[in-house]
Ligand binder design. Structure first.
Ligand code: XMP
Length: 319
């Protein structure tokens, strides 16, 4: 893509001009935006960049490993992987309010990141994968004019607290442009084309209290669901798809025994920007297939339902 090749060169030049011989820290979230920002900055300033990946233990199956191998293996970019799952889970214990969960995760993220940044000797700049829509709309994704429906930002306040200047090389781009830039930089298609994933991760896909057991069940079920979506050739048609583990158990029958297990909800939406969304009208056979596989392969789930709510009035995530 000619225009992205040109953009890449310009952006690299701009980063060099801004940073000089300063040191930069980039927080990776596991998502596309921060990864593209990091790879671009690395191209500009090489080892003046260190990436810090605060792994909150709330990622999908294999996701953390994929990020680590992409950076260390594929690009050879210095990466600090902080395995903070225990810290996040203990802080979340006993919490079932969605906003409290988000705030706890956001606060811990900042604390852990700050601690790691200090450990590697600090830096002059903090890099972020901020996009144009984040810039023009520094309110919540769902918030109307004066109501916050979901408090967002995961790393809000970090730059001020840490007294670092910001490097935000994606500030002019929309999501599809970031993906094009990612491809231009050689990120694997499977990574670039990924569905959006919320900062608080699977914690907000486990309504109620989050536990390790629930996360394990959810991860397995979600992976099977996404596998079926890919096999059906639907992954790129759908904007975002995921499973939600409900805090409800129902009775079922397996062989000649009674079961009493969790209900899993499946969600899939089409959307342009996440502000509004339509539920995806699957063929019933697809849903039946996915449900059967999940119930057969995942211990702890004996019933699967499909969410047919659009946004508005529903939100995309359940919390
Ligand atoms: P909702 O559920 O508000 O989601 O319709 C719209 C888009 O935002 C994502 N989302 C979040 N992303 N932190 C994030 O970084 C959050 O707390 C958060 N909550 C929702 C959601 O996945 C969807 O893409």
């Amino acid at each position: 893509d000619w225009s992205m090749a040109a953009y890449r060169e310009e952006a690299v030049a701009r980063i060099r001009a801004q940073v000089g011989d300063g040191r930069v820290i980039c927080g990776l979230s596991g998502g596309v935006d921060s990864a593209v920002a990091a790879v671009l900055i690395h191209e500009a300033i090489g080892d003046q960049l260190t990436c810090v990946f605060v792994d909150h233990g709330l990622m999908r199956q294999n996701e953390a490993e994929e990020v680590v191998s992409l950076f260390r293996g594929h690009y050879n970019i210095p990466l600090v992987h902080v395995d903070a799952g225990d810290t996040f889970l203990s802080a979340l214990a006993g919490t079932d309010d969605p906003e409290v969960k988000r705030k706890t995760i956001g606060r811990l993220f900042v604390e852990v990141f700050e601690q790691e940044a200090k450990r590697i000797g600090g830096a002059d700049y903090l890099a972020q994968g901020t996009l144009y829509p984040d810039v023009i709309e520094s309110v919540s994704f769902t918030g109307g004019p004066s109501v916050t429906i979901k408090s967002h930002h995961n790393v809000g306040g970090l730059p001020e607290r840490m007294n670092m200047k910001l490097v935000e090389p994606l500030r002019e781009l929309f999501k599809d442009e970031v993906r094009a830039l990612g491809r231009e930089l050689g990120l694997p298609e499977a990574f670039v084309g990924r569905h959006p994933f919320p900062g608080p991760g699977l914690a907000i896909r486990c309504p109620g209290e989050v536990t390790r057991d629930k996360l394990d069940i959810l991860r397995k079920a979600d992976a099977i669901y996404l596998d079926e979506i890919r096999k059906a050739g639907l992954y790129d048609v759908i904007w975002q798809a995921f499973a939600v583990l409900l805090p409800v158990k129902t009775v079922g029958v397996m062989g000649d025994g009674r079961t009493y297990e969790y209900v899993l909800a499946l969600r899939a939406v089409t959307s342009v920007d996440g502000m509004t969304a339509d539920f995806y009208p699957y063929d019933m056979n697809f849903l039946g297939r996915a449900a059967t596989r999940i119930i057969n392969e995942v211990r702890g789930v004996n019933r699967v339902v499909y969410d047919v709510t659009s946004k508005p009035p529903g939100t995309i995530e359940w919390e």
